[in-house]
Design a protein around this ligand. Structure first.
Ligand SMILES: [Fe+2]
Ligand SMILES: [Fe+2]
Length: 264
């Protein structure tokens, strides 16, 4: 078999339960899939809201190469300094330009090549950010100076917007993986142009919940139509990820395999 870059992408790590399960399982999945590069979405690491410097260090110590995020990254105002300091802690590129932080990075994996990681956020049922499609074009014009292999974390609510971006980028990036909705979808595939795609990788966190929140609180919020204090759930913790293989010569994906453990 030709040489490939093997990448593991882990969906939204939610709070201490998610981080603990990641710590328990990551090594075995890295071995099983001969993973060269690990990317994790960490927008919910700090009890569901944002990430701390200590938690970022925990990811790095576990061998995580880059951390993508999304709307919840801004829930802790202290994160702004962290975003400016760390080149591999990303926030969606298409937030208005005066916000701190970086929306993409290029990871040097030595003889395995370089992987561009691009973080974008959708606009449907979310904040009215800059156009993620045109932001992707701009980022690729920069990243492609260094590598053809690009992983896009598209943090978006609407399935249609995620699929549209994947088709828009088909053949130009190695993968578009969806995050944010916290439920794994059963549509992992490689599009005709060679871009791996899944609508949502799913959360690595507690599923005895409503997308990570204690279910009693979520039910009350929907019935009363007023806010209640967010509390992270604790039980039925699952690991959700995708293992992918990219061809360094072409930048195209040759494999995407969904991982949900334990299975539903
Ligand atoms: Fe999330
Ligand atoms: Fe999110």
């Amino acid at each position: 078999m030709s040489r490939t870059l093997n990448v593991l992408f882990v969906g939204d790590v939610n709070g201490r339960p998610g981080l603990t399960l990641l710590r328990t399982l990551l090594k075995s999945y890295v071995q099983k899939h001969e993973i060269d590069c690990v990317v994790v979405n960490g927008e919910n690491t700090d009890g569901g809201k944002s990430i701390t410097a200590e938690q970022l260090k925990e990811f790095q110590d576990l061998g995580v190469h880059a951390v993508t995020t999304g709307n919840h990254i801004w829930d802790n105002w202290k994160v702004k300094g962290l975003l400016s300091e760390h080149r591999t802690l990303l926030r969606p590129l298409n937030y208005p330009k005066d916000n701190p932080g970086y929306g993409f990075c290029v990871i040097d994996l030595k003889d395995k090549g370089r992987l561009g990681v691009l973080n974008l956020q959708g606009r449907t049922y979310m904040q009215p950010l800059d156009d993620p499609f045109k932001s992707a074009d701009w980022a690729l014009s920069k990243i492609n100076n260094e590598t053809k292999m690009v992983l896009v974390d598209f943090h978006a609510e609407a399935t249609a917007e995620k699929m549209a971006l994947a088709w828009y980028l088909d053949g130009r990036v190695s993968a578009v993986v969806g995050t944010h909705t916290h439920i794994p979808t059963a549509d992992a595939r490689i599009l005709p142009g060679g871009t791996a795609y899944i609508t949502d990788v799913g959360m690595t966190g507690p599923y005895d919940s409503v997308i990570g929140m204690k279910k009693e609180i979520a039910i009350r919020r929907f019935i009363h139509q007023t806010p209640y204090k967010f509390e992270l759930a604790e039980h039925d913790v699952r690991f959700c990820a995708v293992a992918m293989r990219f061809d360094p010569e072409t930048g195209k994906a040759v494999k995407i395999e969904q991982i949900v453990f334990p299975e539903f």
